[in-house]
Design a protein around this ligand. Structure first.
Ligand code: URA
Length: 435
């Protein structure tokens, strides 16, 4: 009976009280509230919106459904970095070692791929021997000794989010700033870092396709993080085309290593040093974000970031020889090239379509728990602004199933848009909120 009243309250645009939100979250987590009522409630929240106070309450109540990590025995200001999800986004594997080489302790829990977005933990698993789960004491010891540890998120962190996210995913209620904020920030706040850097993606491969919507999301997340006592900053960054050239798992780790060798693509290099610089600033290892970026660049070009990556891989049981010998990664049996039919310039590469195409190569999963092909993925030979001639290779798809690659090729080709003249260059880092 009580749940009906709460649904009606939000349906009629009224403000929810803490007791209403607690009733829903606790009841749904325990299994006492059925999916049909939870769906109606989430849709009412989606349509009517939640204000900052309601969003803050929702976030804290969701956080408190699970365990809170205690990282207090790690010395220094721990800065977590989180991306709202994109295609080709391997920045954690680069910013983590760079920030750690600048003295910022990196104690990170990351996610797995779902739908068209990739996940750091899957990428890490393409490194032979690499462990993605550690006992809490080993995780803390590794951060204290090596400066960096990255593991998969444990199920006891904000369990309410897992249940609610699964329902949002199938009820058209994902892309709402308050619901995304509560989902992400409930987990981030439970993870025990001192400060949070958010990379809020904006464009065809992001939840927020429109710049203003991405800024609203970033502002909401910054507000909630600060209100919960964690210094929070958000960068709003472009996700209209994939980041870098590689999309997949082993293929993205290789690109991350190339960046740390100072030989990676410009966009992912620029974003990685900017984010590492912000982490250094927030962790009080640089006097300003600009100075932090310069220091991060130094660590990139003097090889200290790569050395930190090597220590990180070794500490988690991975084979560090992959850094010199890429043949040690899982190898794909098949590959297909996608050729250009025209002369002209690339004016767009839909990030969502390439993400979808990558999933079809076997590199991603449609449903949780699905096994993925760590060797599979897409290499984009051309990016937005590049000139192409008829017959040039636009992309190479790789994987172990020829059938899957053929399906993927059709989707990937549709992602490329061409015109007769070079497009204006889009800004990669569009704004920084909360500094
Ligand atoms: N990532 C999450 O964890 N939750 C959302 O709602 C969106 C992205």
């Amino acid at each position: 009976m009580e749940m009906i009243g709460i649904i009606e309250k939000k349906r009629d645009g009224k403000k929810l009280q803490s007791s209403d939100i607690e009733y829903f979250i606790k009841g749904y987590t325990k299994g006492d509230i059925p999916d049909y009522q939870a769906s109606a409630f989430l849709m009412a929240c989606y349509i009517r919106g939640l204000d900052r106070e309601e969003t803050f309450l929702l976030t804290e109540i969701m956080r408190d459904t699970g365990k809170k990590a205690d990282l207090s025995s790690i010395e220094g200001i721990k800065v977590d970095k989180h991306s709202t999800g994109g295609v080709g986004d391997k920045t954690t594997l680069i910013t983590g070692p760079l920030a750690a080489s600048l003295g910022v302790p990196v104690a990170k829990m990351s996610g797995r791929s779902l739908g068209f977005t990739g996940g750091t933990v899957d990428k890490m698993e393409s490194i032979p021997g690499m462990k993605v789960s550690l006992k809490e004491e080993d995780f803390i010891r590794q951060v204290n000794e090596k400066g960096i540890a990255v593991i998969g998120q444990t199920p006891d962190i904000a369990p309410a989010d897992k249940l609610i996210y699964s329902l949002r995913d199938v009820t058209g209620t994902v892309d709402n700033a308050s619901l995304i904020t509560a989902s992400i920030m409930s987990k981030k706040l439970a993870l025990g870092s001192d400060a949070i850097l958010l990379d809020v993606k904006c464009g065809s491969g992001a939840f927020m396709q429109d710049y203003d919507d991405a800024c609203d999301l970033a502002k909401m997340m910054v507000y909630i993080g600060n209100a919960a006592g964690k210094r929070t900053v958000a960068a709003v960054t472009d996700m209209d085309q994939p980041l870098g050239h590689a999309i997949g798992n082993s293929i993205e780790v290789i690109e991350a290593i190339e960046v740390l060798k100072g030989e990676g693509p410009e966009d992912i290099t620029e974003l990685s040093v900017t984010l590492a610089g912000l982490m250094a600033y927030m962790g009080e290892k640089a006097p300003s974000p600009e100075e932090g970026k310069l220091l991060a660049k130094e660590k990139l070009y003097d090889g200290k970031g790569l050395e930190k990556f090597r220590q990180f891989v070794e500490a988690q049981g991975g084979n560090p020889e992959i850094i010199e010998n890429y043949m040690l990664f899982p190898q794909a049996k098949h590959s297909i090239d996608i050729l250009s039919d025209n002369n002209g310039y690339i004016v767009g590469i839909d990030a969502d379509k390439t993400g979808e195409a990558s999933r079809h190569t076997g590199a991603g999963r449609e449903v949780k728990g699905q096994k993925i092909d760590l060797s599979a993925g897409i290499y984009l030979h051309k990016k937005v602004g590049d000139q192409v001639k008829e017959g040039d290779i636009l992309a190479t798809l790789q994987g172990n199933s020829k059938k899957k690659l053929l399906v993927s090729a059709g989707i990937c080709k549709e992602a490329f848009h061409m015109a007769g003249s070079r497009p204006d260059k889009e800004l990669l880092i569009r704004s920084i909120i909360g500094l």
